[in-house]
Design a protein around this ligand. Sequence first.
Ligand code: COA
Length: 334
Amino acid sequence: MYNSRITGLGYYVPDNVVTNDDLSKLMDTNDEWIQERTGVKERRWIPKESDDTSAVMGAKASRIAIERAGLTNDDIDFIVFATLSPDYFFPGCGVQIQDMLAMPTIGAIDIRNQCSGFIYAISTADQFIKTGMYKNILVIGADYHSNALLKTTQGRGTAVIFGDGAGACVLSRTEDNTKGVLSSHLHSEGKHADKLIVESPSVRNWVTDLIASKGDDVSYYPYMDGTFVFKNAIVRFSEVIMEGLNTNNLTPADIDLFIPHQANLRISQYVQKKFGLRDDQVFNNIQKYGNTTAASIIIALTEAWEQGKVKENDTVVLAAFGSGFTWGSVIIKW
Ligand code: COA
């Protein structure tokens, strides 16, 4: 069995900054409420005239990650792409990356696990490396929310949270079994699928049905039962982090850096307090980018690494919770 290590990291966010004050012109909300309840100060939204999409942003982040890994596109053996906002229902964004980066005809899969998408993606890639099937896997998390949010007072509970962006890493084989991805734990509870969902269009409620509803049906916008999601998130985050720590005979005090999925700053702060972590042990950037879903952990990890906050031998804990419900954790020895 081999181990897998992150050898290159990159991220891309659109230039267009949307502040809370900008949103208060579209809906009944204000900077104070958004900052107090979510921590978000601003987010990046792809402007209408831009060609950016989840796949395009993913490709931009990938080019940086591959270069930093000291590799070329030809060295990549497999692509794992996590997103809830693929450019098309089908085919997936993974195959678009294969084409955009002019890679050989390597395999590519999409992971559809929303906010937990990057955790599921890195865990999937890790299994392919552990078994020896692949040496270098490109793992991407990217989401383009802004074109599909209900930007009115009716949609304010979700519209203010989400931002656009992408992150990518190269996961590479290592024979040093003391380094790299130590463990991953993945969970789901589908009975709560309707608490955070985009119901349409789906094969059960297709475009023709939506048109026939003459606009009364807004099931093509995200719906979130925010309070219910919040309550489940803090419980599942805590459980799955402990599950990872216990598997590796670690305690919260052993964590050098905790990077939670950037869902809501209050969720991150709750978990930080529960585990007694100092501010320098936790990295958050939701203030700048909002919740970028599958991209949030990998954007945060890349920024933390760029700022010198991830060092050789550090124990790094990644954890996420989101729609599905799905949740998971990954523990890495850097
Ligand atoms: N601006 C101003 N007021 C808003 C608002 C906004 N953007 N969104 C909601 N409100 C109002 C509500 O209408 C409600 O008003 P009412 O009491 O008159 O009915 C009030 O604020 C409280 O709403 P509530 O939904 O209870 O607020 P909250 O403290 O639970 O915060 C969330 C809402 C969405 C920020 C919070 O529930 C949350 O972050 N949940 C988890 C989200 C999450 O993690 N999602 C992603 C998972 S990956």
